[in-house]
Design a protein around this ligand. Sequence first.
Ligand code: NDP
Length: 331
Amino acid sequence: MRQLIIIGSGPAGFTAGIYAARAELKPLIIASSVETGGELTKTTEVENFPGFPDGIQGPDLMIKMQDQAEKFGAEVLYDDAVEVDLTGEVKRVTVGNGTTYEALTVIYATGSAYRHLGLPEEQTLSGHGVSWCATCDGFFFRQKNIAVVGGGDSAMEEATFLTRFADKVTVIHRKDTLRASKIMQDRANADPKIEFAWNKEVIGIQGESAVTGVTLRDTVDGTESELALDGLFIAIGNDPRTHLVHGQIDIAPEGTIAVEGRSSRTNLPGVFAAGDVLDPTYRQAITAAGSGTVAALDAEKYLADLDPELLARADGNTPSEPVTASERVSA
Ligand code: NDP
């Protein structure tokens, strides 16, 4: 049994890992089988993370965080948590290969997932013109005619970024006013390549092997129309990844994990949350990192107050030799 398992490997998970490892809690970080590093591994330049005045590539930032956590003794497991039992004194986390790990504390830092429109073609044409990540896929749409769905900051950011590549970007929004902040709206409004399709929702996506267009429905009068397109970027928000803990951990009205005050403490003793999974508002790499710090300190305090006999049972950590981030990338 371990003292601490951290589920998630974004800025929250790895920062919690750095703090917990330095406190000699020998954390096991369950880092995902495909997406170690979280959402930042899908971005390019990160210009607002303190300490990098010239910016840093998102994947590089995450590798540095992982290396820092491993340097102090965190063990990183490249697998997904598929089942958790967090209600008892001993927490159990089962991963994709069927192994169950036990720990006295768990930090839940699973982030959030891009929201989908709910259309069947979204899946079949994903990677063939349907995308959730302009920075990942924008390059493939040089001189193309594309659209972005959504009216928030993400949609404005994606649309503005995509004008670097595309000839025309249509923002499809279901209302006639944007939710985005004024500065992001102004930037999009001033861009000659951006047009707006107001009061429209996407009800179908056309294309066999690649997107050729969408069917729109007017949200005011219900009329339907077709829009020819080469690509569709969906930027309608994120949902916190809480599905594993439903029925175990209290969820806030916003859908995020509920925590006590400014702490990371959930309703379950020994279970802490960090990062976007508890944050419906700020959702920045640096706020997630700060939140990971809070969770590690809360976990450390909880462990320090536990019965020494129980704690002694968690001293039997026998971590396997971890693969470092640099080895993983060069492999
Ligand atoms: P938001 O929740 O702010 O906006 C989501 C948008 O998508 C809304 O306009 C919403 O419409 C629309 N939408 C939601 N569901 C659907 C649907 N099923 N079909 C069609 N449209 C839909 O999410 P964001 O990702 O834009 O932003 C999340 C947070 O991150 C915000 O706090 C934002 O400020 C922040 N952020 C900040 C950035 C920055 O400052 N650089 C960049 C990106 C995000 P409706 O308005 O009708 O509800």
